[in-house]
Design a protein around this ligand. Structure first.
Ligand SMILES: Cc1ncc(COP(=O)(O)O)c(C=O)c1O
Length: 444
């Protein structure tokens, strides 16, 4: 049979990716025998017997556990409402004294709205909340879901350089010249950032960004939204995130916490002022036109928050962050003192994790450490042969020339496993450096 034009187009696109070595494929099904340096299960809660027992008990004693019956606008299960109430209270608590600053838009009162995923929450929010004529200024590394929301949005979007407060300032200054009415509070500027960027393990300079937004737009019409997907459960009192850790909760317009990473669940909650919640219920298509989280799912999320509230998660995250400091320091030392010089393109840590990092405030330890290498597939394959699972990350997920093997650290990882990771990575790098000196290194 002659292939249809659609078949030809799809095949050509895939073959082109193949030729450029960027064709994606699903990894082999999870091999639990491998050491996990790959998943987002930072607190290893998916393997916690405590969480499992709690969840099974609650499932056994709850009448309604299957499905949810439809969209929230059709069937508004009391379990969903109760979870939103619980999360509103949990994330409103201010163990960390809120910092002073202007509080636009009655941010002081907070409401919570569940979405089926962080992806849905970002698409829903950015597609409908910014109004025609508004602007969305976003970090260039912002998550794909925000891009999808912005594509649908009626507002114009402008990227700023990753984590660069200077670049953001430049853009805001230009905007004020171009659109003087914004300075008087006519129209809105949204600033979209993540607290921790998952491909790079970089932390957003949140305080500086918020300060800048407030001073550039004294009419309080610059709204900062923070995606806490990778900080939920890790930072802040009881794992409430980086915004809470820094006491910025009253100065952030929208906060996203996802359940699929450190909380071993599925779904997400958007924390927004009550008016915005009502607007989303009316206009966010990713909320309106989809079946809501199943009851079993809501129970699982509640159990994860039981663990956070018990304080146990703080123990787990302390261990994860200790591993992170250890890995960074030990690998830096091994690279520096290697008898065979290792070029940065073979193996290096990113600039922000180098001891000479120029940032005036040392970065918090993070559970994501990118091992920068031009040969990520080769390094990941080598680690796998030794039973360590870490994923190669290539373009288009990261810019060309910024390929890496991304290491995610977990509560269940041990210092000995991190030692093995360093040992096998260095062995591989030394062999690659030797090949390179013989001029036989082909791009793998
Ligand atoms: C920063 C960020 N935001 C949002 C999401 C989407 O969250 P979810 O996995 O719940 O859809 C992800 C997940 O990849 C993420 O990394």
């Amino acid at each position: 049979m002659i292939p249809s034009s659609l078949e030809k187009q799809l095949t050509a696109a895939l073959e082109s990716r193949e030729a450029r070595q960027i064709r994606r494929s699903l990894p082999p099904s999870a091999d639990t025998a491998l050491v996990d340096f790959s998943s987002n299960d930072y607190l290893s809660l998916s393997k916690s017997s405590d969480l499992r027992t709690r969840f099974l008990e609650k499932l056994g004693s709850t009448k309604q556990i299957l499905g949810s019956g439809g969209s929230r606008l059709l069937v508004n299960g009391s379990a969903h409402v109760d979870l939103e109430d619980r999360l509103r209270i949990f994330f409103s608590r201010t163990d960390t004294a809120p910092q002073s600053g202007s509080s636009p838009f009655s941010i002081l009162t907070l409401d919570a709205l569940l979405f089926n995923s962080g992806f849905d929450a970002n698409v829903g929010f950015f597609a409908c909340v910014p109004q025609p004529g508004d602007l969305i200024i976003h970090d260039e590394y912002i998550h794909a879901s925000v891009h999808d929301g912005m594509r649908i949005s009626r507002a114009r979007s402008i990227p700023f350089k990753h984590n660069s407060v200077k670049d953001l300032e430049k853009i805001l200054l230009c905007l004020k010249n171009e659109r003087p009415e914004l300075v008087d509070g006519n129209g809105s500027v949204f600033i979209a950032v993540e607290s921790l960027y998952s491909m790079d393990g970089t932390i957003s300079p949140l305080e500086d960004i918020i300060q800048l937004a407030e001073s550039a737009f004294p009419s309080s019409n610059a709204y900062v939204s923070v995606d806490e997907a990778h900080c939920t459960g890790i930072y802040g009192p009881n794992g409430r995130g980086l915004v809470s850790l820094l006491g910025l909760q009253d100065r952030v317009f929208a906060r996203l916490h996802t359940f699929g990473k450190a909380l071993a669940g599925t779904g997400a909650v958007l924390l927004v002022p009550p008016l915005v919640k009502q607007y989303l219920i009316n206009y966010a298509r990713t909320l309106i036109y989809t079946t809501s989280l199943s009851y079993a799912n809501v129970i699982s999320v509640n159990c994860s928050f039981d663990i956070l509230e018990s304080g146990r998660a703080e123990e787990f995250s302390r261990h994860v962050l200790a591993l992170c400091k250890y890995l960074t320091a030990a690998l830096t030392d091994r690279l520096r003192h290697s008898l065979t010089p290792i070029m940065p393109e073979i193996l290096s840590l990113p600039e922000h994790l180098q001891p000479s990092a120029s940032s005036c405030s040392p970065q918090l330890p993070v559970p994501i450490i990118p091992l920068m290498t031009s040969y990520p597939r080769s390094l990941a394959a080598r680690l796998r042969t030794f039973g360590l699972n870490a994923r190669p990350i290539t373009w288009p997920t990261v810019p060309k020339g910024k390929e890496r093997v991304r290491i995610c650290l977990h509560a269940e990882n041990s210092f000995e496993e991190v030692d093995l990771l360093i040992q096998y990575s260095m062995q591989w790098a030394t062999e690659m450096a030797f090949e390179s000196s013989r001029g036989v290194l082909a791009k793998l």
